[in-house]
Design a protein around this ligand. Sequence first.
Ligand SMILES: Nc1ncnc2c1ncn2[C@@H]1O[C@H](COP(=O)(O)OP(=O)(O)OP(=O)(O)O)[C@@H](O)[C@H]1O
Length: 333
Amino acid sequence: MIVPEAAPLVEADGLVKHFGGGKGPFTPHRPPVRAVDGVSLTIRRGETLGLVGESGSGKSTLGRLILRLIEPTSGSVTFDGQDIAQLTKRELTQLRKRMQLVFQDPFSSFNPRMTIAQVLTEPMVVHGMGDRESRTRRAKELLDLVGLPSFAMERYPHQFSGGQAQRIGIARALATDPDLIVCDEAVSALDVSVQAQVLNLLKEVQRELGLSYLFIAHDLNVVRYISDRVCVMYLGKLAEVAPADDISERPQHPYSQALMASIPSPDAHHQLRTPLAGEIPSPRRPPSGCRFHPRCAQSVDGCDRDEPELLTIGHDGDARSVACHLFDPTPAR
Ligand SMILES: Nc1ncnc2c1ncn2[C@@H]1O[C@H](COP(=O)(O)OP(=O)(O)OP(=O)(O)O)[C@@H](O)[C@H]1O
């Protein structure tokens, strides 16, 4: 669905989020958790931007910063041309309607005592949309859009399977007619066959409504399937940003290569690369220089000293950005 020249919907610039740190009355000084440590990215209209990385790399924190569910330590987010930190409370409420979140576990985000009709109409009530009759009509349309029958309206969340519940979660996110949905590990808890159905549903909904997704997952296989472009995140920073096909076929950053090599594949070419070894270090004390260097099979002298910049080659739909000293930004002939 990528439209290379499509206008940006979201622009994050130099986002930083540090948690805690400092010295308490009874505790020695502790460095903060550098969950997100200088991330800039663009989500275009109608595109799916994937965000992949191991657990603890800062993906959910970045998603929450973009939705302004948490305040950044520094940096900014622009949504449809508006700096979201500058909005009044009223403007922010208006904006909330346009950006929604789909969680990993839909059950935990539903009130078990609400019928599905109430679950779906609640966001419309909160945002003052329509009257009772039109909200009920829209809830039925949303159920139809996500492939569930209208008799589901009178049932309760526990009467549905995990896949059906996630369809309801998607319908609820669509209730306010958003421009952006952040899907945070939205299919991770589902069986592989159900995962595929929910991913295809997300794609269909996007085709129909033209909305953008920030699709967060630790599973690169899932991310490359649904995304137009993929951001690979490691310890609070972006290691690589590239079109989804390039990430799977020609990953440039050693971390992206290791993630790809960790996916079982019939393609011998992928198996030649070294899969990921060791554990992700603590974001309280990230390694010096390139944060990936202690685990990198290709690290050279200097990788532990200088922090690599995210260098970009190409433009629009072809653009690829890589933060690695080994990356040659000269365009291939
Ligand atoms: N509210 C918080 N207070 C302190 N540390 C936090 C907080 N939220 C997240 N962190 C820490 O920030 C780091 C990044 O967490 P985050 O959840 O963003 O990573 P993630 O890539 O989404 O991983 P996962 O897939 O496990 O959720 C982790 O070390 C986490 O423990």
